[in-house]
Design a protein around this ligand. Sequence first.
Ligand code: DAH
Length: 361
Amino acid sequence: MSDALEKTNLTFDALGVSSETDVSALFDALLRSAEEEMASAKMGEELESFRVRWLGRNNSVKSRVQENWLKRAAPDAKKWVGASFNACFRKLEEDFAVHKVKPAVTGTSDCMDLSLPGVVRPIGTRHLIRQTYDEIERIFLSLGYTVVEGPEIETPYYNFEALNIPEHHPARDNMDTFYLESAPGYLLRTHTSPMQIRTMEKQKPPVRIVVPGKVYRRDNPDATHSFMFHQLEGLAVDEDITFCDFKGTIEYFVREFFGASTKTRFRPSYFPFTEPSAEFDASCVFCGGKGCRTCKQSGWIELFGAGMVNPAVYGFVGYDAKKLNGFAFGIGVDRLAMLKYGLGDIQVLFQNDARFLRQFP
Ligand code: DAH
């Protein structure tokens, strides 16, 4: 222990210092012994007792020096004692602030090194399919639609019959169906259209719904096919819905989703549950309509099927076909995601390769 430390109990007069040089040497010695002691303080408690002993408010070295040396110095010495006092303890406080967060100290104590970079934890993101659904749903929600969901295990009645696809209808062949061996009479839905029926059975018109969900078909996986994929069904039924509402709604959706400059067109098509039916195309999102490999030089890309609800369907749900009109559409969500994000292979959506998924934060 240095002399200087012991001298903190003496009054200034008893120190026997008489010059500015003496005073600053005295404080230097004091600071040195403080630093030595600080170096050996490592744990939380040791650090705290060091702080109390040297810098605390009552009976610390600092308060004793202030009381005995500074206050009791002769008037002409006060200036040097004050300057040295300030320099000494300011330095000690600064050094202590650094010391207590040093890694060597924190390694054995409960203090933190605030200067170290934080621990970066990997954070997941919404899957690209979920992001695509969110975007589509946002657009339809803004038009007053409600999101509803339904069962993936269905009966032939909802999946086919009530949608005007009776047994032996050729449309059933296009949708190679998984029938459940373990639950005879049930199947995995081949499309989200059954929810049109389930909704209308329960709800009086007007109806305005979109139905996101997984659908299943016995397809061999390749770049554009998967035995499970995603659709979003839409249905609007009311007393005064026209073909113009149908066209306007779908065009609005496509421009919101792909951008305002996207052009659209209808082509006649056939679905048993809509009449008339249409296939909806958009100007190729890759070449802007000039013609490229993706659109097979046509400038157009097939987007999804749609149509005015076939009055025969109303018969299955007890709606008055004479009073009501409506339209429906069935969007392939994987296809829309592939077009929007330029994916050449549908399988990347199902492989859960983090290197792919991370590209869509
Ligand atoms: N359900 C049809 C399919 O999966 C898609 C579809 C076409 C749905 C026309 C509709 C529609 O609602 O009006 O192939």
